[in-house]
Design a protein around this ligand. Structure first.
Ligand code: 9MG
Length: 377
């Protein structure tokens, strides 16, 4: 695996900042929790992340320069001194970033984000990469979803069109016929449902049927999607994808994957706000496996905390994806649970609030152990 960044010997100093601020990013590191987080913040050696249960005590300043991104590490207090010594513009830019990182995240779709939210996957499709065909019958899908809720899932993500690499498009009425009975049955019992779709024509009826979240792998780029999502009042998840499912894995290319994706998500948040979707309703997702090589995915896992700078909850979805097998020894989708857990727990360490999974029982156990350890720190 290769890093997305090049090591710099020190923090960037004395630059003409006014034309460089948009190339300046902060990747929080040295993330601690519980009493350690509180002690770091009180002593001025750290800053809270999202809800105050986590704090970062150091950070990487990332500076893009053409095709290269330079990385300089510093402790939190060195970062503060540095930002203040580089002039008003840098202090303001860094101040906005850390304020966004530290702001408490309000409930999302009515869910408190003070402990990890597990989103269970129900694909009512014949061709999804891992569970394709298993939940095509609505009653089977509904039973499976209730079992996931019983096991601890707090959201059920219902999809009626596969977005796996190479998947074919499905007519909207077919997609609706697959998802609506499942959404209705779950919503009737007050289950929080997200509709996994990239089509405005599906989003509207799905929300009317009771879905509280629109999970769109194209970050509401499709025709009419922003308007429908805004009108619906639903929470949204903006996921990053490069290209189209048919071809996205052909030759994914970035100047710097973590930062290119950060910029795209930032622009989509601005578009949402302009359309009337408040930031409080938005979650962001770097889109593991969607138009990314193994190196790109590894870089995203390693820099996930960067996305706290967008000021929204982070959703991470690595469940059973081919990247897990590519990082290991080529296991089939049904044998990727251990790698999936490792990837998701690393996401929780970075402060991700929501994880999207197939295997709820096993994930709940892993998260409970993770929480016990975290709450002792
Ligand atoms: C629908 N879908 C498939 N993979 C996903 C991921 O990683 N994140 C989100 N939000 N949705 C996904």
């Amino acid at each position: 695996m290769t890093s997305a960044f090049r090591r710099s010997s020190g923090l960037p100093r004395g630059l003409e900042w006014q034309d460089k601020l948009s190339s300046l990013y902060l990747l929080p590191s040295g993330i601690v929790s519980g009493e350690q987080a509180a002690a770091a913040v009180i002593s001025g050696n750290g800053w809270p992340i999202a809800d105050g249960q986590l704090a970062f005590t150091a950070g990487a300043v990332l500076l893009r320069d053409g095709a290269q991104t330079w990385l300089a590490m510093a402790s939190y207090s060195e970062l503060v001194d540095w930002a203040n010594s580089e002039g008003e513009e840098v202090a303001r830019h860094m101040g906005q970033l850390v304020r966004r990182m530290g702001a408490r995240r309000p409930d999302w779709a009515g869910l408190a984000l003070d402990r990890p939210v597990i989103m269970g996957i129900v694909n009512t499709t014949p061709d999804s990469f891992s569970d394709g065909g298993k939940n095509l019958d609505p009653q089977t899908a509904i039973d499976h979803a209730f079992a996931m809720v019983e096991a601890g899932a707090r959201i059920i993500d219902v999809g009626g069109e596969s977005t796996r690499p190479g998947a074919a498009a499905v007519p909207h009425d077919e997609e609706l016929a697959r998802v609506l009975p499942v959404i209705r049955a779950l919503a009737e019992k007050d289950v929080v449902v997200s509709i996994d779709t990239r089509h405005a024509a599906v989003m509207g009826p799905a929300v009317e049927a009771g879905a509280r979240i629109i999970n769109d792998v194209t970050a509401l780029e499709g025709e009419g999607a922003l308007e429908v999502a805004a009108r619906s009042g639903a929470a949204v998840c903006l996921m990053h994808m490069q290209g189209e499912p048919q071809t996205m894995q052909a030759d994914p290319a970035y100047v710097c994957a973590p930062l290119d994706i950060y910029d795209t998500l930032a622009a989509r948040i601005v578009a949402c706000e302009a359309a009337g979707i408040p930031r409080a309703k938005i979650a962001t997702d770097p889109g593991i496996g969607f138009g990314k090589t193994v190196d790109h995915n590894a870089q995203l896992f390693a820099s996930l905390a960067l996305y706290h700078g967008l000021g929204c909850p982070i959703l991470l979805g690595a469940s059973r994806k081919s990247v897990i097998a590519k990082m290991s020894k080529g296991e089939g989708p049904g044998d990727r649970l251990p790698g999936t857990l490792a990837a998701h727990l690393s996401g929780l360490d970075a402060g991700a609030q929501i994880i999207r999974v197939h295997d709820v029982v096993e994930t709940v156990q892993a998260v409970k152990v993770w929480l016990s350890i975290r709450s002792a720190s």
